[in-house]
Design a protein around this ligand. Structure first.
Ligand SMILES: CC(C)(COP(=O)(O)OP(=O)(O)OC[C@H]1O[C@@H](n2cnc3c(N)ncnc32)[C@H](O)[C@@H]1OP(=O)(O)O)[C@@H](O)C(=O)NCCC(=O)NCCS
Length: 140
Protein backbone atom coordinates (compact mmCIF):
# COMPACT_ATOMS: atom_id res chain seq x y z
CA UNK A 1 0.00 0.00 0.00
CA UNK A 2 2.68 2.44 1.04
CA UNK A 3 4.78 1.81 -2.07
CA UNK A 4 1.78 2.18 -4.34
CA UNK A 5 0.79 5.45 -2.70
CA UNK A 6 4.33 6.89 -2.96
CA UNK A 7 4.57 5.82 -6.61
CA UNK A 8 1.28 7.54 -7.44
CA UNK A 9 2.17 10.82 -5.76
CA UNK A 10 5.62 10.90 -7.35
CA UNK A 11 4.16 10.19 -10.79
CA UNK A 12 1.25 12.62 -10.71
CA UNK A 13 1.63 15.38 -8.14
CA UNK A 14 5.06 16.89 -8.85
CA UNK A 15 3.56 19.20 -11.47
CA UNK A 16 1.53 21.04 -8.81
CA UNK A 17 3.67 20.83 -5.64
CA UNK A 18 7.22 22.08 -5.07
CA UNK A 19 10.24 20.05 -4.01
CA UNK A 20 9.80 20.77 -0.28
CA UNK A 21 6.16 19.71 -0.42
CA UNK A 22 6.96 16.54 -2.35
CA UNK A 23 9.77 15.73 0.09
CA UNK A 24 7.51 16.16 3.13
CA UNK A 25 4.51 14.30 1.69
CA UNK A 26 5.36 10.95 3.27
CA UNK A 27 7.53 12.16 6.15
CA UNK A 28 7.05 9.97 9.24
CA UNK A 29 4.55 7.79 7.39
CA UNK A 30 4.68 4.04 6.76
CA UNK A 31 2.49 1.05 5.92
CA UNK A 32 1.09 1.26 9.46
CA UNK A 33 -0.91 4.34 8.44
CA UNK A 34 -3.24 2.12 6.35
CA UNK A 35 -3.90 -0.54 8.97
CA UNK A 36 -6.91 1.07 10.60
CA UNK A 37 -8.70 1.63 7.27
CA UNK A 38 -7.98 -1.96 6.20
CA UNK A 39 -9.39 -3.29 9.46
CA UNK A 40 -12.52 -1.17 8.99
CA UNK A 41 -12.99 -2.55 5.48
CA UNK A 42 -12.68 0.98 4.09
CA UNK A 43 -9.72 0.48 1.78
CA UNK A 44 -10.04 -1.20 -1.62
CA UNK A 45 -7.30 -2.12 -4.08
CA UNK A 46 -7.63 -2.30 -7.88
CA UNK A 47 -5.62 -5.06 -9.52
CA UNK A 48 -4.52 -5.72 -13.10
CA UNK A 49 -2.98 -9.11 -13.86
CA UNK A 50 -2.98 -9.79 -10.09
CA UNK A 51 -0.82 -6.70 -9.49
CA UNK A 52 -2.06 -3.73 -7.41
CA UNK A 53 -2.48 -0.68 -9.67
CA UNK A 54 -4.53 1.68 -7.52
CA UNK A 55 -6.55 2.05 -4.36
CA UNK A 56 -9.33 4.04 -2.79
CA UNK A 57 -10.52 4.60 0.76
CA UNK A 58 -14.05 5.73 1.50
CA UNK A 59 -16.61 6.09 4.27
CA UNK A 60 -20.28 7.14 4.17
CA UNK A 61 -20.30 10.56 2.47
CA UNK A 62 -16.52 10.77 2.16
CA UNK A 63 -13.89 9.60 -0.34
CA UNK A 64 -10.67 10.03 1.61
CA UNK A 65 -8.14 8.63 -0.88
CA UNK A 66 -7.92 7.59 -4.52
CA UNK A 67 -4.55 6.92 -6.12
CA UNK A 68 -3.42 5.14 -9.29
CA UNK A 69 0.10 3.86 -9.92
CA UNK A 70 2.04 6.02 -12.39
CA UNK A 71 2.59 3.16 -14.83
CA UNK A 72 -1.13 2.32 -14.83
CA UNK A 73 -2.53 5.81 -15.40
CA UNK A 74 -4.59 6.71 -18.44
CA UNK A 75 -6.15 3.25 -18.70
CA UNK A 76 -9.43 3.91 -16.90
CA UNK A 77 -8.37 2.62 -13.48
CA UNK A 78 -9.03 5.97 -11.76
CA UNK A 79 -12.46 6.27 -13.34
CA UNK A 80 -13.45 2.76 -12.25
CA UNK A 81 -12.12 3.28 -8.75
CA UNK A 82 -14.05 6.56 -8.51
CA UNK A 83 -17.28 4.91 -9.65
CA UNK A 84 -16.76 2.16 -7.07
CA UNK A 85 -15.98 4.69 -4.31
CA UNK A 86 -18.98 6.90 -5.16
CA UNK A 87 -21.28 3.87 -5.03
CA UNK A 88 -19.84 2.79 -1.70
CA UNK A 89 -19.76 6.27 -0.14
CA UNK A 90 -23.37 6.91 -1.19
CA UNK A 91 -24.63 4.43 1.40
CA UNK A 92 -25.50 6.53 4.45
CA UNK A 93 -24.16 9.69 2.82
CA UNK A 94 -27.08 12.00 3.51
CA UNK A 95 -27.21 13.71 0.10
CA UNK A 96 -23.61 14.68 -0.56
CA UNK A 97 -20.20 13.04 -1.07
CA UNK A 98 -17.15 15.07 -0.08
CA UNK A 99 -13.47 14.70 -0.87
CA UNK A 100 -10.30 16.72 -0.60
CA UNK A 101 -8.53 16.73 -3.96
CA UNK A 102 -4.87 17.26 -4.61
CA UNK A 103 -4.34 20.25 -6.93
CA UNK A 104 -3.47 18.02 -9.89
CA UNK A 105 -6.66 15.95 -9.68
CA UNK A 106 -9.22 18.79 -9.56
CA UNK A 107 -10.21 18.57 -13.22
CA UNK A 108 -10.52 14.78 -13.01
CA UNK A 109 -13.13 15.18 -10.27
CA UNK A 110 -14.86 18.12 -11.98
CA UNK A 111 -15.35 15.96 -15.05
CA UNK A 112 -17.05 13.42 -12.82
CA UNK A 113 -19.69 15.52 -11.11
CA UNK A 114 -17.74 17.13 -8.26
CA UNK A 115 -17.52 20.88 -7.69
CA UNK A 116 -14.94 22.84 -5.75
CA UNK A 117 -16.36 24.33 -2.56
CA UNK A 118 -13.23 25.67 -0.87
CA UNK A 119 -9.57 25.21 -0.20
CA UNK A 120 -7.84 23.12 2.42
CA UNK A 121 -4.46 21.70 3.26
CA UNK A 122 -2.74 18.66 4.70
CA UNK A 123 -0.18 19.44 7.40
CA UNK A 124 3.14 17.67 7.28
CA UNK A 125 6.08 17.58 9.73
CA UNK A 126 8.39 20.60 9.64
CA UNK A 127 5.55 23.05 9.07
CA UNK A 128 5.01 22.05 5.45
CA UNK A 129 1.45 22.41 4.12
CA UNK A 130 0.10 20.58 1.08
CA UNK A 131 -2.71 22.71 -0.39
CA UNK A 132 -5.84 20.85 -1.43
CA UNK A 133 -9.27 21.62 -2.87
CA UNK A 134 -12.40 20.70 -0.96
CA UNK A 135 -14.91 19.25 -3.39
CA UNK A 136 -18.35 17.71 -3.22
CA UNK A 137 -20.90 15.93 -5.37
CA UNK A 138 -24.59 16.21 -4.61
CA UNK A 139 -26.51 12.96 -4.87
CA UNK A 140 -29.75 12.81 -6.83
C1 LIG B 1 -6.29 11.43 -10.80
C2 LIG B 1 -6.05 9.94 -11.06
C3 LIG B 1 -6.75 9.13 -9.98
C4 LIG B 1 -6.59 9.56 -12.43
O1 LIG B 1 -6.39 8.14 -12.60
P1 LIG B 1 -6.22 7.47 -14.07
O2 LIG B 1 -6.36 6.01 -13.91
O3 LIG B 1 -4.99 7.98 -14.71
O4 LIG B 1 -7.47 8.08 -14.82
P2 LIG B 1 -8.34 7.39 -15.99
O5 LIG B 1 -7.43 6.64 -16.91
O6 LIG B 1 -9.45 6.61 -15.35
O7 LIG B 1 -8.91 8.67 -16.70
C5 LIG B 1 -10.28 8.84 -16.95
C6 LIG B 1 -10.46 10.16 -17.67
O8 LIG B 1 -10.03 11.24 -16.81
C7 LIG B 1 -9.00 11.99 -17.47
N1 LIG B 1 -8.02 12.37 -16.44
C8 LIG B 1 -7.22 11.56 -15.74
N2 LIG B 1 -6.47 12.27 -14.87
C9 LIG B 1 -6.82 13.57 -15.05
C10 LIG B 1 -6.41 14.79 -14.45
N3 LIG B 1 -5.48 14.82 -13.49
N4 LIG B 1 -6.99 15.92 -14.88
C11 LIG B 1 -7.91 15.91 -15.85
N5 LIG B 1 -8.36 14.79 -16.46
C12 LIG B 1 -7.82 13.63 -16.06
C13 LIG B 1 -8.41 11.06 -18.49
O9 LIG B 1 -7.82 11.77 -19.54
C14 LIG B 1 -9.62 10.31 -18.93
O10 LIG B 1 -10.38 11.10 -19.82
P3 LIG B 1 -11.03 10.48 -21.16
O11 LIG B 1 -12.00 9.43 -20.66
O12 LIG B 1 -11.69 11.66 -21.79
O13 LIG B 1 -9.90 9.91 -21.92
C15 LIG B 1 -4.52 9.64 -11.08
O14 LIG B 1 -3.89 10.53 -11.96
C16 LIG B 1 -3.85 9.73 -9.73
O15 LIG B 1 -3.80 8.74 -9.01
N6 LIG B 1 -3.32 10.90 -9.40
C17 LIG B 1 -2.48 11.04 -8.22
C18 LIG B 1 -3.27 10.89 -7.00
C19 LIG B 1 -4.26 11.96 -6.82
O16 LIG B 1 -3.98 13.11 -7.03
N7 LIG B 1 -5.42 11.51 -6.36
C20 LIG B 1 -6.40 12.36 -5.92
C21 LIG B 1 -6.18 12.59 -4.48
S1 LIG B 1 -7.67 12.77 -3.63
Amino acid sequence: MFGLHVDSVEAHCGSHYDQAQMGAWFAQRSGENYRSAVEQGALWIAEADSEPVGFTEFFPGLISMLFVRGGASGRGVGLRLLGFAVNGATVGAGGVIKLESTLNARVFYERNGFEAVGSGHLSRPGGVDLPTIRMQRRLE
